[in-house]
Design a protein. Structure first.
Ligand SMILES: *Cc1c(COP(=O)(O)O)cnc(C)c1O
Length: 392
């Protein structure tokens, strides 16, 4: 893509120009340079499952795609059977009862839902409480709606949970949306029931919509299974949850996800989406129904692989890097020695070892001082990369 530079009247809008610059340009440049010189590159930068989508899901798609009735515009909110399958998953996995007609909405990936939500529920000038470091779409979607992100630092000494009590009253008065994400990208942290209870009490006390991003709900290695925020009493009046097939079923390319929770918020998001998109390809929804029907076995298989890789990273980096606790997700979060800049560290490590890690600064100002290591590479290549990091 060409660089965005607006000269004259034609070109990028202010809201696009105001997006933070792509922080990995320098890493990409060094990566290409090394690859061109014949160096072997181990890319542990991206969080995108290398494991294939389960064959039975691909077969369900193929069968559905042969049915011409799937070729027409889909049901924008999601097929009734899709929404029922989501509700059945929530009942089975979390013990949460959802009304498929009003408390489930299909999304074209949860990024789509997260990005559009502020346009559906915020007015210009409202504040969004955004965890930092965090998934960049929480902030960009907020600014697209003319609203303003207020960053909540996630600090290691707090287990990478935000300190909701530290938010000033002046901010609380204007805040209307709070994003949370556990199991967490990029820190790998998990949250327990007490935290969710506090968060729901906080949100309901201040009239703030809580949007919980549960993209990694099934990828935990330690502690109890992760929670849905909707397990907390009162949550369906205060919260919605974004969930996705992407990470737990190895389906990032399929663009299929869903939002659940407070019905009038989902109705607003659905109404906005009706004017933006026309929903998820019906054949993909049918494949999603198939995936959900066998979620336990798919999750167990994936988790076995990820657990082996996580253990390999934890053991391999010990004594060499300061790896934060790694109880969940695909991400190892490495603390750098005080004063070392994450961009410089990533470049140095790449030049020394050929291993690509993501500078923490790319996830927000409080990500500075950290590197993210993703375990979505084949296990033998990951093992080799960890060996190179060890020797560096
Ligand atoms: C990957 C990811 C998502 C988005 O997944 P989709 O593919 O858009 O469903 C959402 N949130 C977080 C934190 C992620 O890491």
């Amino acid at each position: 893509m060409a660089a965005i530079e607006s000269t004259g009247r034609i070109g990028a809008a202010d809201r696009v120009q105001a997006l933070p610059p792509y922080l990995f340009v320098e890493i990409d440049r060094v990566k290409k340079e090394l690859a061109a010189s014949g160096r072997e590159i181990f890319d542990l930068g991206i969080g995108d499952p290398d494991l294939p989508t389960p064959a039975f899901v691909v077969e369900a798609l193929a069968a559905a795609a042969k049915d011409p009735s799937t070729h027409r515009y889909p049901d924008g909110a999601g097929l009734p059977a899709f929404r029922e399958a989501v509700a059945a998953f929530y009942k089975d996995r979390f013990g949460v009862t959802l009304d498929p007609a009003t408390e489930v909405l299909a999304l074209i990936g949860s990024k789509e839902g997260i990005g559009h939500l502020p346009l559906a529920v915020l007015n210009p000038g409202d504040l969004t409480l955004v965890p930092d470091p965090g998934y960049p779409v929480y902030s960009s979607g907020t600014t697209f709606a003319g609203a303003i992100p207020h960053l909540l630092p996630l600090r290691r000494e707090n287990g990478f949970l935000p300190d909701l009590k530290a938010i000033p009253d002046g901010v609380l008065n204007k805040a209307r949306l709070l994003y949370l994400n556990y199991p967490n990208n990029p820190t790998g942290a998990i949250a327990g029931e007490a935290f969710y209870r506090d968060a729901i009490a906080f949100a309901s006390r201040h009239g703030i919509l809580l949007c919980h991003d549960a993209a990694y709900s099934e990828i935990t290695y330690e502690g109890p299974p992760s929670m849905s925020v909707l397990q907390i009493p009162g949550a369906r009046e205060t919260a919605i949850e974004m969930h996705s097939f992407s990470k737990i079923f190895n389906m990032t390319g399929w663009r299929c996800a869903f939002a659940v929770g407070r019905a009038d918020v989902l109705a607003a998001l659905g109404k906005l989406k009706n004017n933006m998109d026309s929903g998820v390809f019906t054949a993909v929804q049918r494949a999603g129904i198939a995936a959900l029907s066998r979620w336990k076995e798919v999750v167990a298989g994936n988790l076995g692989t990820y657990r082996q890789r996580r253990d390999l990273v934890v053991a391999g980096l010990q004594g060499k890097f300061d790896l934060c606790p790694f109880p969940s997700t695909f991400y190892g979060w490495i603390a750098l020695p005080k004063g070392e800049n994450s961009g410089d560290a990533a470049r140095r490590i790449l030049q020394q070892t050929g291993v690509v890690l993501t500078p923490g600064r790319g996830f927000g100002e409080n990500g500075e001082g950290y590197l993210r290591l993703s375990i979505t590479s084949p296990t033998d290549r990951l093992a080799r990369a960890v060996e190179l990091l060890r020797q560096s």
